[in-house]
Design a protein around this ligand. Structure first.
Ligand SMILES: [Zn+2]
Length: 103
């Protein structure tokens, strides 16, 4: 899990998701107040996750004539996995315009 680059305080799973759920808003350390922004890598992971999901849905609909309930179960499992794993993969860097500078 990502730690604060300033004081080393770990961000919680919930904090990472709160920041990510709404268009990658900055993640603020509750210990020292340092703002962190998502890295390109994090956006890439998010993009891959969504692209994979859409591809899977597309494949299900066009190639395999799986029962709708199986498709729904599969998509739900994928979404849950994505939601659980994403904060562990997300990476943040300190915002450039940070006023709180103690290293
Ligand atoms: Zn901190």
């Amino acid at each position: 899990m990502q730690k604060c680059t300033c004081c080393g305080q770990s961000f919680s799973w919930k904090e990472v998701w709160k920041a990510n759920a709404f268009l990658y808003s900055p993640l603020t350390c509750k210990n020292c107040g340092t703002e962190h922004t998502v890295t390109f890598w994090t956006r890439l992971i998010m993009g891959v996750f969504i692209a994979t999901l859409l591809t899977m849905i597309n494949v299900f609909l066009n190639r395999y004539h799986l029962a709708v309930r199986y498709q729904i179960i599969f998509v739900c499992v994928y979404l849950v996995l994505m939601i659980v794993l994403f904060p562990y993969l997300a990476r943040y860097k300190r915002s450039k315009n940070n006023t709180n500078e103690h290293s």
